[in-house]
Ligand binder design. Structure first.
Ligand code: NAP
Length: 246
């Protein structure tokens, strides 16, 4: 149970982040949802959480911006009094083959998917250190472990996130803070809607469990890593991919 815990979830409005927000709320947590532009969707998710009897607030913030991330963390701490769980889930893709990939597309993906997580950890960890407790969960990807043609920027960011996870785990363990990552495979969200029917069918075909992941599959792992049952787990990269990367 996550009774009376506060979870800050970046990208908590849609897709995997939304499923994590709802699953944590079902376990008793209050939720701060960070989104970048789509306010209506963020409000809808917040309403669903309030309907579960939990508190929810939405914050528009570009996690790629250090100061904006800092101001948002401050506002969340003022509103909720603590941040017990930080889920770095916000992410984007700008796929393309190496030979033609634009520098801006490489930089944008690193800025959101990797630096964004650093910014949030940097700003949230002070409050967790003072409380001598906290759980940080980074959403990486099997692309960061296997590599993936057409995703040099994304795979590099996600591999970087694994290094960030392990280092954060080592630095903060002595203060009662855990840091783990979840590496999803292919999950049914807006992100993978960009793929063609053929690409999706080919993807499902190579997954040993023969189906795409659902956001709820990832959310169940996040709830586990945020709870007491996972108190002795830190620095772990948990694949939730239907066996895609065995
Ligand atoms: P999604 O449906 O595209 O949702 C992305 C979320 O991130 C939205 O809430 C979006 O907010 C937010 N966001 C994007 N850029 C942001 C920024 N700069 N600052 C703050 N928020 C930002 O994505 P998803 O498929 O759920 O993916 C969630 C995470 O899982 C990502 O890190 C992704 O890399 C990872 N992942 C996904 C898959 C998959 O197959 N789907 C597989 C492996 C890993 P707005 O709505 O306001 O734009």
């Amino acid at each position: 149970m996550l009774q009376n815990k506060t979870a800050l979830i970046t990208g908590g409005s849609r897709g995997i982040g939304r499923a994590i927000a709802l699953a944590m709320a079902q376990q008793g947590a209050n939720i701060a949802i960070i989104y970048s532009g789509n306010e209506a969707v963020a409000q809808e998710t917040a309403e669903e959480i309030r309907a579960l009897g939990r508190e929810a607030e939405t914050y528009r913030c570009d996690v790629a911006k250090f100061d904006e991330a800092g101001a948002t963390v401050k506002a969340v701490l003022k509103r909720f009094g603590a941040i017990d769980i930080l889920v770095n889930n916000a992410g984007i893709t700008r796929d393309g083959l190496l030979l033609t990939m634009k520098e801006q597309d490489f930089d944008d993906v690193i800025a959101t998917n990797l630096k964004g997580a650093f910014h949030m950890i940097r700003h949230v960890s002070g409050a967790m250190l003072r409380k001598k407790s906290g759980h940080i969960i980074n959403i990486t990807s099997v692309s960061g472990m296997m590599g993936n043609a057409g995703q040099a920027n994304y795979a590099a960011a996600k591999a970087g996130l694994i290094g960030l996870t392990k280092t954060t785990a080592k630095e903060l363990a002595s203060r009662g803070i855990t840091c783990n990552a979840i590496a999803p495979g292919f999950v049914e969200t807006d992100m993978t809607k960009k793929l063609s029917e053929e690409q999706l069918a080919a993807a499902a075909d190579v997954i040993p469990l023969k189906r795409m992941g659902r956001p709820e599959d990832i959310a169940a792992a996040a709830v586990f890593l945020a709870g007491e049952s996972a108190a002795y787990i830190t620095g772990e990269i948990l694949k939730v991919d239907g066996g895609l990367y065995i």
